[in-house]
Design a binder for this molecule. Structure first.
Ligand SMILES: [Zn+2]
Length: 170
């Protein structure tokens, strides 16, 4: 079971790729490590509410998510968080606005390629709940949910369900 049908180097079909971790071609020795990718997720809070995005793209279209995304090469996690927030919400925040929460591993299936991620969570307290979507292709809408009314079943990603469930439910 692999998302590669052929060796990318010699097109052989004789290879091993156990658990989608290390691809090794038996014929030419081509080796590829499908390492985990680092991502950030930001929990915006205002009073007793938490901000969720509603995903507009698969995986998990229609499910609740958090703002955030993959960390680019040469970027710190905090810089990635600020960049993603600017791109998704049009909001300027600084790295000092971010309070580290925890990390949690996740699976991210995109166009049939199973990525494994390490999601890094930050909290950002807001002084207003007026906030809007910038990246309408990615996000259907934003919803503020009271901490005692969060429905974990609406959350798509395992890592986010876990962290919200452990840290944010009253
Ligand atoms: Zn090969």
């Amino acid at each position: 079971m692999s998302f590669f049908k052929f060796c990318p180097s010699c097109a052989s079909t004789h290879f091993s790729f156990p658990d989608n971790r290390r691809f090794l071609c038996d014929d030419c020795g081509f080796t590829y490590y499908h390492n985990i990718a680092a991502a950030v997720a930001i929990v915006f809070t205002f009073e007793d509410k938490v901000l969720f995005t509603v995903r507009n793209i698969d995986p998990d279209k229609g499910k609740w998510d958090l703002p955030g995304g993959f960390i680019d090469p040469n970027e710190t996690a905090e810089e990635a968080a600020c960049r993603e927030i600017k791109e998704e919400l049009g909001l300027e925040i600084s790295t000092s606005d971010l309070k580290y929460i925890t990390t949690s591993p996740n699976n991210y299936l995109y166009k049939n390629v199973p990525y494994r991620t390490m999601d890094i969570f930050y909290e950002c307290k807001l002084t207003s709940d007026v906030i809007s979507v910038e990246a309408e292709d990615e996000i259907q809408e934003l919803i503020w949910v009271k901490r005692n009314e969060i429905d974990l079943n609406q959350i798509g990603f395992f890592s986010i369900r876990k962290v919200i469930g452990e840290k944010y439910l009253y």
